[in-house]
Design a protein around this ligand. Structure first.
Ligand code: MG
Length: 392
C-alpha cells in the first residue's frame, strides 16, 4: 500500500522531502514535476552535460574498447546513488540531480587538465573542478532569458558546493575561510551556506556512489586495458576475498566473465554495506551531520582499492605518457589565451579585455578551456600551434 501523500502534495518536492528553500531567481512551480525533478531535467539538457561524453574519465574518449567516459561514469554514479536513496527513503530526484551534475566542472583530460589549469591560473586564484561546477550551473550555462545558469534549487547548489563533506573545520572561527576556492566561499557567504557542516543526506549518497562507481569501473577498465591482471588484485584483501568467493562458487568463469563478476560483486558489496550502516545512522543523524556511512571494514577496503588504482593504474607508464602530453596541451592553451585574448573565439572573452591587446582575465580563459571537451581542446591546440601531441 502506497503511504505517500496524494499527487498534488508531492509536486513541490519528493515524497516526504521538506519543501525546497527555493531558487536564486523565483519561478512558478511546475504543474507536472517536483522541484528536484526540474533540477535533474535542467542538468540533463544542458550543454556541459552533453560534453561529458567527450571528456576523459581515465582513458581518452573515442577508444573503441568501451572504456568509461565522464558521461558513462556519471550515469553509473546516478544509478548507484538512486538505488541507495530509494532504499533509505531519501529524495531520489535530488540525489539523481546531484549525481548527474557532480562532474560538470571537469576540464578536458580530467585531473590532468585540472592540474594544468590550476598551475597556469595560479595568479588568478587557480582552478578547482568543484568550484567550476558551481560556475557552470550558476552562470556559464546560457539557456534562459531572465538569468544566467540553470537556476537550480538551493538544496542542489548546496549539495554540489559541499559534495565531499565540510570544507572548513568546525573549529575555524567565522570570517576567513582559507583553502576554499574563492568561487565557493563567495557563493556560500552570499547564500547562507555553512561550509562547516555536512551537506544534505542526498549529497552524501551521491558522494559515496561516486566512490563506489569509480573504484569498481576503474578496476574493470584497467583489467580490460591490460594495465594489470586478475592475479595482481590478490594483493588487495577485499578483492582477493571476492575472487576467492567467485572461484568457490562452483561456476568455472573465464577471465572475461570473472572481471564482470568482480565489478558487479564489488558494487553490490559496497552498496549493501552503505545501506545497512546508514539504516542505523540516518534515523539519529541531524541535518548538517554525517548520516551516510560505511562500516570501518569496507571504508578501509575502499581505501585499499584506491591505493591499488593510484599505483597500478593512474601512475601506469602508459597513462603517464598520455597525461604529460595532455598537461602540455592545456598549459599551452591557457598561456596562449591569457597572452592573446583576441584568439579566443568570438563572444568568449575576445571583446572583454579591458584594453585591446591587454591580457585576458584568467577566469575568462579558465571558463572557456574548462568548457571544452578533450576533442575540443586538441582541436584548439591544432588551430593555434604548429604541432600537437598525438596523445599516444
Ligand atoms: Mg566522479
Amino acid at each position: 500500500m502506497d503511504a505517500r501523500p496524494p499527487h498534488p502534495l508531492r509536486l513541490h518536492c519528493g515524497a516526504g522531502a521538506p519543501p525546497s528553500r527555493g531558487r536564486l531567481h523565483p519561478e512558478s512551480l511546475s504543474p507536472t514535476r517536483t522541484e528536484y525533478q526540474r533540477d535533474r531535467d535542467r542538468i540533463i539538457h544542458c550543454g556541459a552535460f552533453r560534453r561529458l561524453a567527450l571528456k576523459t574519465q581515465v582513458f581518452l574518449p573515442g577508444e573503441d574498447a568501451g572504456y568509461r567516459t565522464r558521461l558513462t561514469h556519471t550515469i553509473e554514479v546516478a544509478q548507484i546513488a538512486r538505488s541507495i536513496a530509494r532504499v533509505l527513503g531519501l529524495d531520489e530526484d535530488l540525489t539523481e540531480a546531484l549525481s548527474l551534475a557532480h562532474d560538470l566542472g571537469h576540464p578536458p583530460f580530467g585531473h590532468t587538465g585540472e592540474d594544468a589549469l590550476d598551475e597556469a591560473l595560479a595568479a588568478d586564484g587557480g582552478f578547482d573542478h568543484n568550484a567550476q561546477t558551481l560556475r557552470v550551473v550558476t552562470c556559464l550555462e546560457r539557456r534562459y532569458p531572465d538569468f544566467d545558469g540553470l537556476n537550480l534549487t538551493i538544496e542542489t547548489l548546496e549539495g554540489l558546493t559541499k559534495r565531499n563533506g565540510p570544507l572548513v573545520a568546525a573549529q575555524t572561527p567565522g570570517g576567513a575561510v582559507p583553502a576554499v576556492p574563492g568561487e565557493i566561499a563567495g557563493f556560500a557567504a552570499r547564500h547562507g551556506i555553512d561550509l562547516r557542516t555536512w551537506p544534505g543526506f542526498e549529497a552524501q549518497v551521491a558522494a559515496v556512489a561516486d566512490d563506489i562507481a569509480y573504484n569498481a569501473h576503474d578496476l574493470e577498465d584497467g583489467l580490460d586495458a591490460g594495465l594489470f591482471d586478475l592475479s595482481d588484485l590478490k594483493s588487495v584483501p577485499i578483492l582477493a576475498e571476492i575472487l576467492d568467493g567467485l572461484a568457490r562458487s562452483g561456476r568455472s568463469l573465464d577471465d572475461d566473465l570473472t572481471v564482470r563478476a568482480l565489478a558487479r560483486t564489488m558494487i553490490g558489496l559496497f552498496v549493501e554495506d552503505v545501506v545497512a550502516t546508514s539504516t542505523a545512522t540516518l534515523p539519529v543523524a541531524t541535518p548538517g551531520t554525517r548520516g551516510i556511512a560505511s562500516t570501518p571494514r569496507l571504508q578501509a577496503a575502499s581505501d585499499e582499492v584506491k591505493a591499488f588504482l593510484r599505483e597500478r593504474m593512474y601512475q601506469h607508464p602508459r597513462l603517464l605518457a598520455v597525461r604529460r602530453q595532455a598537461h602540455q596541451i592545456v598549459t599551452d592553451l591557457a598561456t596562449h589565451f591569457i597572452a592573446v585574448p583576441a584568439d579566443l573565439p568570438e563572444g568568449r572573452g575576445a571583446g572583454r579585455a579591458a584594453e585591446p591587446g591587454s591580457p585576458a582575465s584568467g577566469r575568462t580563459v579558465a571558463d572557456y578551456l574548462a568548457g571544452l571537451s578533450d576533442t575540443g581542446a586538441i582541436g584548439e591546440h591544432r588551430r593555434l600551434f604548429a604541432s600537437t601531441p598525438d596523445l599516444r
